[in-house]
Design a protein around this ligand. Structure first.
Ligand code: FES
Length: 82
């Protein structure tokens, strides 16, 4: 695991408010993957787009949600100010 990664107990604490909305809705509409499921996958160690895709199937459709998933990974995994 890379030293820059900082997985936290509650991944929602790492998200800016705007990304905390619609947690119970599909973020990936192509494959019907809930936003919360993607957040949990990231918090449980899926720290790359490929790993999130493998665990949840998000981004596996047209890839249209790729940028949103990347943003969640950035917020949850990297120690950046919000
Ligand atoms: S919405 Fe996720 S691949 Fe299209």
């Amino acid at each position: 695991m890379k030293s820059t990664l900082n997985i936290v107990a509650n991944p929602l604490d790492k998200l800016p408010n705007i990304l905390k909305k619609n947690l119970d809705k599909n973020l990936c509409v192509c494959n019907e993957v809930l936003k919360m499921d993607i957040i949990n996958a990231i918090a449980n160690g899926a720290t790359t787009l490929e790993e999130v895709k493998k665990k949840t199937y998000a981004t596996g459709g047209n890839g249209c949600c790729t940028r949103q998933v990347e943003r969640l990974i950035e917020c949850i995994c990297l120690d950046k100010p919000k």
